[in-house]
Design a protein around this ligand. Structure first.
Ligand code: ADP
Ligand code: TRP
Length: 320
């Protein structure tokens, strides 16, 4: 099966990105699936307005992917902008996209609510996302729950195209394990780069500790028994810890004499256990920008070959 996902380099990646999208990719890579993982830098232009910043964040996301487990020998990693054909396909799809379909997308309304400029790029972005997916003939797309609607748009556009021009596109499925559908941030809302509630994957140790210790809780005293389900610290701990450790924390909360401070300390330790090796690897990779560039160029060549094969059929079908 062909598995594809992308993340926008619009800020530093955080725990929500890792568990919502990246980890599924690495798990599927380990099962021998065919992985396409790209850095959605065209998408990031909807919010980033500075070339140097975009370039640096694009490189940072590539380093994050590789440090956390993307294996460029087995999988294809590329910058979205290295496959310019996606822009062409986005236009073809645009011509079949009903305005109402985009008007219904939550992500646009959310971004408006958070003060982003109402641009055509932001509005039309689900069409570009559909092009990213369809051009590579992906079967499965690991994403967080917030992206589910965009997968529905993608399937809808694929179907409209197929109805008009013949069976060209596969209908891809979102891949959203229940356990990672929506990861809470330090304020209990969905963790997001734009909501100032994210714990970054690779921020300095001191600041990770500060954020974990600052996770918002209710005001129950240490002595009081507490219900763990729905508590952000416990929900985050479930992502990092073994089932036995999770059961232990749940029992401690319910028994009482176990405070939020204790749970935060356990969470921080579990983060370090998983991420300290990734941190070391990232430091090594960052020392060698030429190798990183070579990996991205090799990935782009493979991705472009897949895109070109699709576009040949698509152009013929539409009459170009
Ligand atoms: P952000 O909301 O921080 O800007 P993105 O929209 O760039 O994150 O998301 C990149 C990927 O990470 C998407 O697949 C998205 O669904 C996933 N993701 C982001 N935040 C979360 C979260 N809090 N829980 C689950 N998945 C998430
Ligand atoms: N829209 C996704 C996000 O904001 C990023 C993205 C762009 C994507 N193209 C994609 C994800 C294709 C999966 C597949 O998170």
């Amino acid at each position: 099966m062909r598995i594809l996902t992308g993340i926008q380099p619009s800020g530093k990646l955080h725990w929500g990105n890792y568990f919502g999208a990246m980890k599924s990719m690495f798990d599927l890579q380990a099962k021998g699936e065919e992985i396409f993982m790209f850095i959605a830098n065209y998408h990031a232009m909807t919010t980033v307005r500075d070339g140097a910043t975009l370039r640096e964040m694009t490189r940072d996301v590539a380093l994050d992917y590789l440090a956390c487990g993307l294996d460029p020998e087995k999988s294809i990693v590329y910058r979205q902008s290295d496959v310019k054909e996606v822009q062409e396909l986005a236009w073809f799809l645009s011509c079949l996209t009903p305005m109402g379909l985009l008007e219904r997308c939550h992500s646009y309304k959310d971004k408006m609510a958070h003060g982003f400029d109402a641009t055509h790029g932001l509005f039309a972005y689900p069409v570009l996302m559909a092009a990213d997916i369809l051009i590579m003939n992906a079967d499965l797309v690991p994403v967080g729950k917030d992206q589910k609607q965009h997968l529905e748009v993608t399937r809808d556009l694929a179907q409209k195209f197929n109805n008009a021009f013949g069976e060209i596109f596969k209908l891809p499925d979102a891949y959203i394990p229940d356990s990672v559908a929506t990861i809470p941030g330090t304020d209990g809302q969905k963790m997001s780069k734009s909501y100032h509630n994210a714990i970054e994957l690779f921020e300095p140790n001191g600041s990770i500790k500060k954020k974990v210790m600052g996770i918002v809780t209710d005001s129950k005293t240490m002595e009081e028994p507490k219900e763990p389900e729905g508590n952000s610290i416990y929900e985050l701990y479930k992502l990092f810890a073994t089932p036995e450790e999770v059961a232990q924390m749940a029992a401690s909360f319910r028994a009482g004499n176990y405070g939020y401070g204790h749970a935060k300390k356990a969470l921080l330790e579990a983060y370090h256990r998983l991420f300290d090796p990734f941190r070391a690897k990232r430091e090594e990779l960052a020392k060698d920008p030429d190798t990183l560039e070579d990996i991205l160029k090799a990935g782009a060549a493979r991705a472009r070959a897949a895109a070109a094969a699709t576009m040949e059929k698509v152009r013929a079908a539409v009459g170009l």
